[in-house]
Design a protein around this ligand. Structure first.
Ligand SMILES: [Zn+2]
Length: 277
C-alpha cells in the first residue's frame, strides 16, 4: 500500500535546458488524458497500467508485441508487470507525436519510487531522433536504416528506451531525483540571468550538489537508455541488419558521444553479429 505519495515532475526541469529530443520534456501540467481510454488495469495497485485510447490500441499492441518477442524486452516488461509495489502507466497520446516522455514520478514517504508514467506519441514509429543523445534510435530510423527494419521495431526501441528511464529512476538513491527537481530549475534560472556565465560561484556550488550540470545529468541518462535500446535491438534484428545499425551507432558515437562509447561495448556486439569491420 502506498502511503503519503508525493509526485515530482522531474523531467520537466530538463526540458528547460534542452528543447530538442525524443523525451526531453514532461507533459504540461493539467493536460487531460485522451478519452475514452481502454484501460486494462484501472487501479494503482501495481503492475503495468495501459492507458490507450481505443483507436490507437491496434498500433500500440503491435509495438508491445514487437518488444515482447525478444527475451530482453519480455523480461523488462514482466519485471514491471509483476510488481505490486510499483505502478507503471503507459499512455498513448497524440500530443507526443513521434516522441515519448517519462515523467509523473511518485515516491512514498520512505523515498521509494512507487509510480511513473511513460507517454508514447501516436506516431511513435516515425521520425528521426538526432544522432547526438540518440545514437541507437537514430541508427534505426529511416532513411538511414536498412529498409527491412520495420517501423514497429523502431517504435518498440523507443518504448524500451523509456522503460530504461524508469529503471534508472527506480535505481537512483532515495531523494536524488527530488533534489534534482529542486536544484535544476534554480541552476537554469541563475544561468539565464547571469549572462550565461557557467563559472558563476552559485552555479559551481549547485553543480557540486548535483554531481554535474543539468545537461551532463540529462545526457548521461539518455545514453544509458540508449544502451537499453541497444540490447533490445541486438536481439531483435538479423545479423545483416544489426551490422548496418552497429556501424551507424559507432559513427554517431564517434562524432557526437565518444565519452559514452564504452557504455555500448560495440566490439562485443560487432563480434557476436559476425560483422565485417
Ligand atoms: Zn530518453
Amino acid at each position: 500500500m502506498v502511503r503519503g505519495v508525493r509526485s515530482v515532475f522531474v523531467r520537466s526541469a530538463f526540458a528547460v535546458s534542452l528543447v530538442f529530443g525524443l523525451c526531453s520534456s514532461a507533459l504540461p501540467h493539467g493536460l487531460v488524458a485522451d478519452a475514452p481510454a481502454d484501460t486494462m488495469l484501472s487501479s494503482s495497485s501495481g503492475g503495468i497500467r495501459e492507458d490507450v485510447p481505443k483507436r490507437f490500441r491496434p498500433r500500440f499492441d503491435k509495438w508491445k508485441s514487437e518488444l515482447l518477442v525478444t527475451p530482453y524486452g519480455k523480461q523488462a516488461w514482466e519485471r514491471f508487470a509483476g510488481r505490486r509495489d510499483f505502478t507503471l502507466t503507459i499512455r498513448v497520446s497524440e500530443e507526443r507525436g513521434k516522441g515519448a516522455a517519462t515523467d509523473k514520478f511518485v515516491w512514498d514517504d520512505d523515498g521509494n519510487l512507487v509510480a511513473a508514467t511513460i507517454t508514447l506519441g501516436t506516431e511513435l514509429d516515425g521520425g528521426v531522433p538526432p544522432p547526438v543523445y540518440y545514437p541507437v534510435l537514430n541508427a534505426l530510423s529511416q532513411p538511414a536504416a536498412s529498409p527491412s527494419i520495420r517501423p514497429t521495431v523502431f517504435a518498440a526501441a523507443k518504448l524500451i528506451h523509456e522503460i530504461g528511464h524508469v529503471e534508472q529512476a527506480a535505481a537512483a538513491a532515495a531523494g536524488v531525483l527530488e533534489k534534482e527537481s529542486r536544484l535544476v530549475p534554480k541552476y537554469i534560472e541563475i544561468f539565464l540571468n547571469n549572462g550565461l556565465d557557467a563559472n558563476d560561484r552559485r552555479l559551481l556550488d549547485l553543480r557540486q550538489q548535483l554531481g554535474g550540470t543539468p545537461t551532463q545529468l540529462w545526457e548521461e541518462r539518455e545514453y544509458n537508455s540508449e544502451v537499453v535500446a541497444m540490447r533490445y535491438v541486438t536481439e531483435r534484428l538479423s545479423d545483416e541488419d544489426l551490422c548496418l545499425v552497429l556501424h551507424k551507432v559507432r559513427e554517431n558515437l564517434e562524432t557526437y558521444g565518444s565519452a559514452f562509447e564504452s557504455k555500448f561495448d560495440l566490439a562485443r556486439e560487432f563480434a557476436s553479429a559476425a560483422c565485417r569491420r
